[in-house]
Design a protein around this ligand. Structure first.
Ligand code: HEM
Length: 163
């Protein structure tokens, strides 16, 4: 397989496949709290780009639910990271933010959706992805909608899968 593009060295800790170690927690004021499992993959083909997929499932029935895929790019010579994301709900987004050590702090910069997307519409997303000292990956996602301020929607931790 291709050598990792040196531009991506600061993000090498993401690469591989990650499985939720215990069910993630979903919440929002307007919905019933829920649990989910999720598999993440981060791969590359030698370009200065990481390809990713996030696939979430119902914790009990294992039915596929939310799915995201996209690309990660880094601004050359800077700590600025961009996620280019498509979601199965009909949402597309650009998130950008800073990489500090092994933590990414991302905010949505642009959001667009299909004309018939379900309401309420998301207006803002912020996300923290970090590698914890215990080797687990942790993701926290907050969102604001048409009628609710920015608050947490998701929290989950993952264990790296042997490749
Ligand atoms: C509900 C957005 C990721 C599961 C919602 C709602 C929105 C939303 C706007 C409706 C809230 C309301 O009615 O006030 C998003 C965004 C995500 C995301 C922007 C990613 C950035 C996920 C993931 C799961 C999930 C990974 C895992 C299974 C649910 C469930 C509900 C919900 C179960 C409640 C039932 C429903 O409305 O379908 N989400 N979501 N979401 N989300 Fe997410």
């Amino acid at each position: 397989s291709a050598d990792l593009n040196p531009a991506l060295l600061p993000l090498d800790w993401l690469l591989g496949t990650w499985e939720s170690d215990e069910p993630g927690e979903g919440c929002f004021t307007t919905i019933k709290p829920f649990h989910y499992t999720e598999t993440l993959t981060f791969s590359h083909v030698g370009q200065p780009v990481i390809n990713f997929t996030f696939n979430a499932f119902h914790a009990e029935t294992k039915k596929p639910l939310h799915r995201e895929c996209g690309f990660i790019r880094m601004q050359p010579g800077a700590n600025r990271v961009a996620f280019i994301i498509a979601q199965n709900s009909g949402l597309v987004e650009i998130e950008e933010g800073e990489l500090t050590a092994q933590q990414l702090n991302l905010q949505s910069q642009a959001l667009a959706r299909v004309s018939f997307a379900r309401e309420p519409h998301v207006q803002k997303i912020s996300r923290v992805i970090q590698l914890r000292p215990d080797g687990r990956l942790e993701q926290t996602v907050s969102m604001a909608t048409d009628n609710q301020p920015l608050m947490q929607h998701l929290h989950i931790t993952y264990r790296r899968q042997a490749s």
